[in-house]
Every structure is written in structure tokens, then in C-alpha cells.
Design a protein around this ligand. Structure first.
Ligand SMILES: NC(=O)c1ccc[n+]([C@@H]2O[C@H](COP(=O)([O-])OP(=O)(O)OC[C@H]3O[C@@H](n4cnc5c(N)ncnc54)[C@H](OP(=O)(O)O)[C@@H]3O)[C@@H](O)[C@H]2O)c1
Length: 396
């Protein structure tokens, strides 16, 4: 039941405090506490003057409530202008309460993704400025919005994708965009695999279905997504060819199930693929590098092969004339994880498969780099400059 705390000053009724969950002046069950004599008075027993003043008080109540409650502040990274890693600022930001359909989570670990760099640079445009980047996190539920069922305080949940804003100690999320984290999966592992793993899932299981006997080419095979993609494609029975920039990354890619690794900074990957496949080409190329590899990737495909261009770490590929696909009747797609997890069922199924593969050991998650959240700028610089492999996490 709601409670108004009213006080009389200079013969006038003033609203001092308002504590309603659902407040209705019209209900006769409503009680008012007069602070002057500390007595409770039934609404129906109030004089008409006092009742009309209550109506005014109700109008003021929202404002009064906002003023009377201290604002919750959390630390977060914010971007005020597009640019290099230095535009990532460590600031205090105000956090509201979860509204209907929302939850508040206290982040335990935050996944770093290449998409965060695109937003920081302005390659992709954030809806607001300033904004808090980040699209992957695992945290504990600290509050739920009014009337929400199915989620409770203390649940450990993961999210990947929209809304952006995971580079924060706490954040508000739509409850229907989070998935439960199985107790067997450590939160840091979960934050390293939920977005990247769901990306690998849709790529090998739905965008192009990898099957035994296929040969697949994975660029940036030692990266966050690349590492998982190679392991998953291998587990599905494919012959996996991976490209990487260094010998160290090549060793990791081998461990992750690449049957052949090409150091594409030193070797011509098209010639290597041609040799490995005896001139036949591959069924599918998973190309996240973009500008530097796109044309070569098309050349690696067999007739009716699938060009899956799912990222642009080196920049956007040049425009492709349709005629470029005609020579081998190629398929070209530019998919995103968001479009493959549109419905609640798709989201739960995709995340469920990822966590099941982690639990069964099919996916070994490489948490190769951890940074304090406050040092997100250093983490960005390292990811952008190809100094990382596997997953990168930020710890609040
Ligand atoms: N479509 C989707 O839904 C979706 C979802 C997730 C990720 N992605 C994309 O997948 C890619 C991988 O993301 P990630 O977060 O896992 O990053 P990541 O692969 O760990 O890092 C990017 C890697 O790309 C390679 N690379 C090649 N040329 C590069 C260049 N000029 N600059 C920087 N890196 C270069 C580097 O590996 P080497 O040193 O071995 O070359 C680098 O380590 C990104 O392009 C991302 O946008 C797409």
C-alpha cells in the first residue's frame, strides 16, 4: 500500500515524501500519515479540502520521489567523440531503476569484441552521444522491474548484442535479451564465449551448414571468433584451413583444429589453398578480415561455394559487382549474429548450444587477455593492432 508523508508548514499542506508502489487517490483504503501529529488518517475521512490537496500532491509525487531518492552512480566507460582508444573515458554515470520488462545486472566480466572498435571509431553509429560501448557481458541480477517473472535477484545471466552499454559496473537490460549461464560455466568463460560462440554457431550451423567432407577456410583463425569457428568446424567433420599473421598464432590455430595453417602475411593464401585442395577450392570461406582478403577469398571458392563475409577487421571490402559471382555461380552473404538470434527461441537455442559445447569440451575457450575495465583503452589498442589472440575480457 502506498503512503504519503505530508507535513503542514505555515498552515499549508506540503508533500514531504511519497512511497507508493501503486498509488491511487481514489481508493478508500489509502492511508495518509500526517507528520505533524504522527497519526494515520483514512483517505475517506479526510476533508474535501485535504482531498483536493492530495490530488495536487499526487501530481507532484513523481517529482518528489525523484528528488527524495539518492541517484545510483556506477563507473563506466564513455565515448564523447569518435576516435582512437584514448576517447574511452572512465566516468561516473547515473543508473536508473529497471522498468517493466527490465533487469539490472552487476557485471562480473565483459567481453571485448571487434565491433566495439567500429562503434568507437564511428564506422558504426551509436544511437546516442556520449555512449557506453560494449555488447557482451555476464553479471548477477541485482534488481528486477515491476511485475517481472522468470528472473530473480541473484541469477547469473549473459547477454550479447543490443543494447550497447556493457562497459559498466552495472547496467539495465531487457530481460528477454539475457540467457541463463549454467552453473558449470565460469562467468569469465561465459563472457568470453557468449557473443563469439553464438557467432560461430550461426556461421557453421545455419548460415552455411558445415558437414563432414567439406573444406572450409577461416581467416583470422586465432582470433576470438576464429578460434571457436575452427574448433566447431573441425568437430562437424570438416577439413579446416586457417589463416593467421604470426607463428605463435599458427600454433594456437593448429591446437584449435586447423588441419592447415597459412601465415597470410608471409604466404599467398590463394595459392596455398589452391595447393591444399588440389585446385578444387573450398565449400565456404568465413571471412572476417574484409578489405585485405575479400577478393582472394572469392578466388578460393569452388563452383557454387559460399562467401560468408561477416566482418571487416582490415576495413570494408570494396563494392562487388554481381558479375564477380557469376563466373563460379557463387553465393555471397553478409550475416550478423543479431539477425540469427532475433526471437527468444533462437536466442535460447543458440546460446544453449554454445554452453553445451563448452561443457562437453567441444569448445575450449581461450581467455588469453584480461584487463581491468578502467583500462579498456589499452585492450582496444591491443585488439586493433593484432596483438591479441583468443578472447579478451574486461573485469569491472
Ligand atoms: N557478423 C557478426 O555477427 C559478427 C559477430 C562477431 C564478430 N564479427 C567479426 O568477426 C571479426 C573477429 O572479431 P573478434 O572480436 O573475434 O576479433 P579478433 O578476430 O580476435 O581480432 C581481429 C583479428 O583480425 C585479424 N586482422 C587481419 N587484418 C587486420 C587488420 N588490418 N587490423 C586488425 N586485425 C586484423 C587479426 O588476426 P591476425 O593477426 O591473425 O591476422 C586480428 O587478431 C571482426 O571482424 C568482427 O567484426 C562479426
Amino acid at each position: 500500500m502506498g503512503l504519503l508523508k505530508l507535513g503542514f508548514q505555515n498552515q499549508r499542506l506540503h508533500l514531504l515524501h511519497f512511497v507508493p508502489e501503486s498509488f491511487s487517490v481514489s481508493t478508500s483504503k489509502f492511508w495518509v500519515q500526517k507528520l505533524t501529529d504522527n497519526k494515520s488518517v483514512k483517505h475517506s475521512a479526510l476533508s474535501s479540502t485535504l482531498r483536493s490537496k492530495l490530488i495536487i500532491a499526487k501530481a507532484l509525487s513523481t517529482e518528489a520521489e525523484a528528488v527524495s531518492q539518492p541517484k545510483k552512480m556506477v563507473k563506466a566507460i564513455r565515448v564523447h567523440e569518435f576516435g582512437g582508444p584514448e576517447v574511452l573515458k572512465w566516468e561516473d554515470v547515473e543508473l536508473g531503476k529497471p522498468k517493466e520488462g527490465e533487469i539490472r545486472i552487476k557485471n562480473k566480466a565483459i567481453g571485448l569484441n571487434f565491433i566495439d572498435i567500429y562503434f568507437r571509431k564511428g564506422v558504426y553509429k551509436a544511437a546516442t552521444m556520449p555512449f557506453t560501448p560494449g555488447m557482451e557481458a555476464v553479471g548477477e541480477v541485482t534488481a528486477v522491474g515491476p511485475g517481472l517473472t522468470g528472473r530473480k535477484v541473484g541469477d547469473v545471466v549473459a547477454y550479447a548484442g543490443n543494447p550497447m552499454g556493457s562497459y559498466a559496473e552495472e547496467q539495465i537490460l531487457p530481460a528477454d535479451r539475457v540467457v541463463p549461464v549454467p552453473p558449470s560455466v565460469d562467468p569469465v568463460i561465459a563472457a568470453s564465449v557468449v557473443l563469439k560462440g553464438m557467432t560461430a554457431q550461426f556461421l557453421v550451423r545455419r548460415c552455411f551448414k558445415v558437414e563432414p567432407g567439406h573444406t572450409v577456410l577461416v581467416h583470422a583463425a586465432a582470433g576470438g571468433v576464429g578460434s571457436l569457428l575452427c574448433q566447431w568446424a573441425n568437430a562437424l567433420g570438416a577439413t579446416v584451413i586457417g589463416t593467421v599473421s604470426t607463428k605463435e598464432k599458427a600454433a594456437q590455430a593448429k591446437e584449435d583444429g586447423c588441419h592447415h595453417v597459412i601465415i597470410y602475411k608471409e604466404e599467398d593464401f590463394v595459392a596455398c589453398v589452391n595447393e591444399i585442395t588440389s585446385g578444387k577450392g573450398v565449400e565456404v570461406v568465413y571471412d572476417s578480415v574484409g578489405k585485405d582478403t575479400f577478393q582472394g577469398s572469392l578466388a578460393c571458392l569452388k563452383p557454387r561455394g559460399y562467401m560468408v563475409s561477416f566482418g571487416q577487421s582490415s576495413g570494408s571490402p570494396d563494392p562487388v559487382p554481381l558479375s564477380a559471382l557469376a563466373a563460379k555461380s557463387l553465393f555471397l552473404t553478409r550475416p550478423t549474429m543479431m539477425q540469427y538470434t532475433l526471437t527468444r527461441d533462437e536466442l535460447l537455442e543458440t546460446a544453449g548450444e554454445v554452453f553445451a559445447n563448452v561443457a562437453s569440451g567441444i569448445l575450449r575457450v581461450r581467455v588469453n587477455h584480461k584487463y581491468p575495465l578502467s583500462q579498456a583503452a589499452q585492450a582496444h589498442a591491443d585488439l586493433e593492432n593484432r596483438r591479441t589472440s583468443g578472447s579478451v575480457v574486461l573485469i569491472p
